[in-house]
Write a protein that binds this ligand. Structure first.
Ligand SMILES: *[C@@H]1O[C@H](CO)[C@@H](O)[C@H](O)[C@H]1NC(C)=O
Ligand SMILES: *[C@@H]1O[C@H](CO)[C@@H](O)[C@H](O)[C@H]1NC(C)=O
Length: 212
């Protein structure tokens, strides 16, 4: 046993030094102001850069042209706490993409091209506190169980989307919700809307009437 460990030691040292160096690499054209932050804001990126340090906690990717997030993204970057994808070209979230997102606290998907939020998208996102999905002009569908699992969520933005209806169950499944934005959607006034309206009246203190 012992000689074997002695023989392995240089290899282990080599592997950990490779991992450490990797951990301190910064993707070209991005900024890494500290060991846990990678800032690729507004760099004209058309995909997620592939040399992001594995221990990244804050990843800023806003104002790019990124059309999709690889399905295993949060498997690789399991320490991510803050992910800003605002103002990109995302048109859908692959089912399972967020299925290992238990540390994520902040997620901004605003100003993208999402069309729906499917049921089960956030089942593992139990740490998420702020979720921004406003200004997605084709977002017309939020699944009944879309937000199941978001037990810590305090702030939810769904303003300026294409929602004509929203099942009130979606909002009732958010026990920690404090702030909600829904303005600027083309609501259809039918009996489903009546239920939503009742919920909104009872929870009007949570509703934020923003300008933008
Ligand atoms: C969105 O990103 C594009 C590309 O970087 C940029 O030109 C545009 O100003 C951004 N829009 C906003 C509202 O920030
Ligand atoms: C956004 O999605 C719509 C409908 O799915 C599509 O017609 C449009 O080309 C997309 N726009 C961009 C910028 O990807």
């Amino acid at each position: 046993m012992i000689p074997c460990i002695n023989w392995l030691q240089p290899f282990l040292a080599l592997i950990s030094s490779i991992l450490l160096t990797r951990g301190h690499n910064c993707p070209s054209s991005c900024l890494c102001p500290d060991h846990h932050t990678v800032d690729c804001t507004g760099k004209g990126l058309t995909r997620v850069p592939n040399s992001i340090p594995l221990n990244v906690r804050r990843l800023l990717l806003s104002n790019n042209w990124i059309p999709w997030i690889p399905e295993d993204f949060l498997v690789l970057y399991s320490d991510l706490v803050y992910l800003d994808l605002r103002n990109n070209s995302l048109s859908q979230l692959e089912p399972g993409t967020l299925s290992t997102s238990s540390r994520l606290v902040f997620l901004d998907l605003g100003s993208n091209n999402l069309t729906e939020i499917s049921s089960g998208t956030f089942v593992e996102s139990r740490s998420l506190i702020k979720l921004r999905v406003g200004n997605n002009p084709y977002l017309h569908m939020v699944g009944r169980d879309a937000f199941t699992g978001l037990t810590s969520l305090r702030e939810l933005e769904l303003q300026r989307n294409a929602l004509s209806a929203l099942d009130v169950v979606v909002l009732e499944s958010l026990p920690s919700l404090r702030m909600l934005r829904l303005e600027g959607n083309p609501w259809l006034c039918n009996c489903h809307f009546a239920k939503l309206f009742v919920w909104l009246s009872e929870n009007s203190h949570k509703l934020l009437k923003g300008k933008a």
